[in-house]
Design a protein. Structure first.
Length: 171
């Protein structure tokens, strides 16, 4: 089965694949995209549901490495098996972002993602915006191991963040 071209940042080949289980996850996962954009990391985004589009997931994950991706960020909520099933289909690093759910405030998502049985790892981040942000930063750190210019951009991003922290609180 073939898919239409994936949306990616710019014209460069995507190095990070950012997938989410539903359009409703975008509000969380957009924070990861923002960081990848800020660090000029080419990435693609796609809605891939482990249970609603299982064939799409298998095809996406199995083809990821061959298409040049180095890291996959997978965000999902509720019974969030997307990151784990993605990791089952690829040896690429998979970073899981638990999306905050309505029923259980994301605890269900967190435990679904973090409690992978030994043998198939998923690097699990925090629930929600912080997790999406940190997944992108962690992807950047992984890529920077073999990309010195990216390492410099990441260092500059962190230095800017440090400089933005005031010495005293505003009263
Ligand atoms: C999961 O179910 C998605 O990752 C999403 O977080 C959650 C709810 O999906 P929708 O019912 O909003 O499509 O598969």
């Amino acid at each position: 089965m073939s898919h239409p071209p994936l949306p990616s940042s710019g014209t460069k080949s995507p190095r990070v694949g950012l997938i989410m289980g539903s359009q409703s996850d975008w509000e969380t996962m957009r924070h990861g995209t923002a960081v990848l954009d800020a660090l000029d990391i080419a990435h693609e985004m796609r809605i891939v549901s482990a249970h609603r589009t299982p064939d799409r997931l298998a095809e996406y994950a199995k083809s990821a490495q061959g298409r040049g991706l180095s890291v996959i960020i997978a965000g999902a909520g509720g019974a969030a098996h997307l990151p784990g099933m993605c990791a089952a289909w690829t040896a690429l690093p998979v970073l899981g972002v638990p999306v905050e759910s309505h029923a259980l405030k994301g605890m269900d998502s967190l435990l679904s993602i973090v409690q992978m049985p030994g043998g198939i790892p998923v690097g699990t981040l925090a629930i929600g915006k912080a997790g999406a942000t940190n997944a992108a930063l962690l992807a950047a750190s992984i890529l920077a191991l073999s990309d010195a210019p990216l390492g410099e951009r990441l260092a500059a991003w962190r230095a800017k963040q440090t400089a933005a922290v005031a010495q005293e609180p505003v009263r």
